[in-house]
Design a protein around this ligand. Sequence first.
Ligand code: HEC
Length: 149
Amino acid sequence: MRIAVFAAAILGLTAATPLVLAQSPTPAPAAPAAAPAAGDAAAGERVFAQCRACHQVGETARNTVGPQLNGLFGRQAGSVQGFNYSPAYKTPAVAEKVWSEENFATYIRDPRAVTPGTRMVFAGLRNEGQIANLVAYLKQFAADGKRTQ
Ligand code: HEC
């Protein structure tokens, strides 16, 4: 990806445009490393610094301002025992949701647009790379908070 951008910069914008257009709809065949799941967990830990004021992960994770986020993917939304979710999180639209990498990515871009009335006061992450890295980081934590990778 970086090489393509670099090459595009050398070739100039006119040459770069068809290159980018040709690549973006079909990420899979040429560049397996560019798949959305291929985030960098270490970089994701740095992104998680933005969440840490309110969320914990790991074996000692507790609910604080927000619920602990262990075993997030595959977890029912709004289901952490002992956490007092907002009414927004008790509506069927949220309560029937199971967290996946996809719906998490949508949510974290703009939590208050996806879940109006949520108490999660966070503007959102717009950077796709940061989101992928954050997913890779969170994925490491099993439901009991142990690291699986
Ligand atoms: C200012 C505090 C705050 C920040 C910062 C914050 N959150 Fe939250 N988050 C909350 C609260 C509070 C809730 C519960 C929402 C509710 O009850 O409406 C929540 C809910 C969530 C949920 C749903 C959990 C569940 O059990 O369904 C996820 C996932 C989540 N946050 C991820 C993140 C991530 C990732 C970040 C960082 C990029 C982040 N949050 C930043 C406060 C925060």
